[in-house]
Design a protein around this ligand. Structure first.
Ligand SMILES: *[C@@H]1O[C@H](CO)[C@@H](O)[C@H](O)[C@H]1NC(C)=O
Ligand SMILES: *[C@@H]1O[C@H](CO)[C@@H](O)[C@H](O)[C@H]1NC(C)=O
Ligand SMILES: *[C@@H]1O[C@H](CO)[C@@H](O)[C@H](O)[C@H]1NC(C)=O
Length: 426
């Protein structure tokens, strides 16, 4: 998003209307600085009604690829707030700063006054601040909120946010319900939220620009993918260090550009590589270290992957290994588990087949009864024709119909009755 270009006309226009004149603001800021100087240089606790000033400085952080990045941020340090965060005012020598960071600070939520004062904020860095909830305002583009205790996230506006990168690693998220409407999101890091559990990949459906999804260590036991349409931008998917026992390659068919898949640190013992070229045409690495591989299967799988130029490991194995990926020779156990798993899948399949068969049988039975009815009529008509009056004058069809209607009340009635009994007993 090119906010530099539209920033000048839009935001200054808003500012002059909503804010006090600049001179008044500078007096206020100067006063705030003096206040700050007179107080202890490092306030250890902030009482209600206090003013905090940030320091505009070079700040080191990591980008979405874990590369070190240095950027000018306005940094608040040592901000300690109790449950009532409303009383504190957050200021800077310029309120136009777009990047704000908190270091060595502690509060359960980002004080709302921060967003009021820094109304053009694009990046917020609140790592390790003991946050319990997180509010994402409309114009925030990058939020670094790892290492907190966040269990709930609120979004301002519905789907009208600008969020491109969200880092929520090391928190206490239990559900993603509030995080599905992020249409501009490119990077989502949920690593190490062990209470999250099984997440359906369909929840990321609206994130059409998502290229990096990190679901490491979230307590996932199976891959669920109810996506109705592909996530065409996704290139990196991390499912490592979960409790996955079986992953079907077909699960990844909705990510046609997927290049890197991390599956290490799970309980996998089987993977079909045959369908890989079809399901994952762009894949370059599938990290499979540290699973429950039997050496026999791993030898075949590893070879199949390596033949396609796919990288399969990120560490060395010091025990029994094939293709330098650890494995076990207790293959009977592994094979047994695989057979059970496949058996369960077949059983599910069988049940569905049975249901379908039952429906078909029902329809067939109805057809059969209709046929029987017709047969009964035909044979009755035939009997009538054979046993009825010998003289047939004129049209034979007419004769037949006349006869049957005549006999219908007598001998034909018994035939019908016996048929009906027959159909009832079936
Ligand atoms: C979801 O958002 C609503 C409204 O913003 C909020 O009340 C609720 O606590 C949030 N839930 C979670 C789990 O984040
Ligand atoms: C948000 O928008 C989506 C569609 O984009 C809609 O399905 C959902 O109900 C909306 N949620 C709220 C709370 O308005
Ligand atoms: C049998 O005869 C009756 C009466 O004549 C007629 O309505 C009916 O269509 C006939 N049934 C068949 C199967 O031809």
């Amino acid at each position: 998003m090119d906010y530099a270009s539209h920033e000048v006309p839009v935001t200054t226009g808003v500012r002059t209307v909503q804010r006090p004149p600049f001179s008044a603001r500078y007096v206020l800021l100067a006063f705030a600085f003096l206040l700050q100087l007179q107080l202890s240089p490092v306030p250890s606790a902030v009482a209600a009604g206090e003013i905090m000033i940030c320091n505009y400085e070079k700040f080191n952080l990591f980008d979405s690829m874990y590369r070190p990045r240095t950027e000018q941020f306005c940094v608040f340090s040592d901000v300690y707030l109790g449950p009532d965060v409303k009383g504190t005012d957050f200021l800077a020598s310029s309120l136009d700063y777009k990047r704000v960071a908190f270091t060595n600070s502690k509060f359960t939520q980002v004080p709302p006054s921060l967003f009021k004062n820094f109304d053009d904020i694009r990046e917020l860095y609140v790592r390790r601040c003991s946050l319990e909830s997180l509010k994402v305002t409309r114009q925030l583009e990058k939020v670094y909120a790892g290492g907190n205790r966040i269990a709930s996230v609120q979004l301002d506006g519905n789907a009208s946010n600008s969020l491109r990168e969200l880092y929520l690693d090391g928190n206490r998220m239990r559900a993603l319900a509030n995080l599905t409407n992020l249409p501009n999101l490119e990077v989502l890091v949920l690593e190490n939220n062990p209470l999250l559990g099984d997440v359906d990949l369909a929840q990321f459906e609206r994130m059409e620009h998502l290229w990096k999804l990190d679901l490491e260590r979230i307590g996932m036991t199976k891959v669920q993918n109810g996506l109705q349409r592909p996530l065409a931008a996704l290139k990196r998917l991390d499912l490592s260090n979960n409790a996955l026992t079986y992953v079907h390659v077909r699960m990844f068919r909705t990510f046609p550009r997927l290049e890197h898949l991390w599956l290490h640190g799970n309980r996998l013992y089987f993977l079909e590589a045959d369908q890989l070229p079809l399901m994952m045409p762009s894949v370059r690495s599938i990290v499979i270290d540290d699973n429950y591989w039997g050496c026999g299967h791993l030898a075949v799988l590893g070879q199949q992957l390596r033949d396609r130029g796919i990288v399969i490991r990120h560490g060395e194995c010091r025990t029994r290994a094939v293709h330098r990926v650890c494995c076990s020779d207790v293959t009977e156990v592994v094979d047994f588990r695989y057979i059970i798993e496949m058996g369960v899948r077949r059983e599910g399949r069988l049940e569905q087949d049975l249901r379908e068969l039952r429906t078909v049988t029902g329809l067939l039975r109805q057809d059969l009864e209709r046929l029987r009815h017709r047969m009964g009529e035909l044979s009755a008509n035939l009997t009538n024709r054979l046993t009825g009056p010998a003289t047939t004058d004129g049209d034979p069809d007419q004769a037949v119909s006349k006869e049957s209607s005549a006999v219908g009340a007598t001998s034909d009635g018994s035939a019908e009755e016996s048929y009906e009994e027959d159909s009832r007993s079936n």
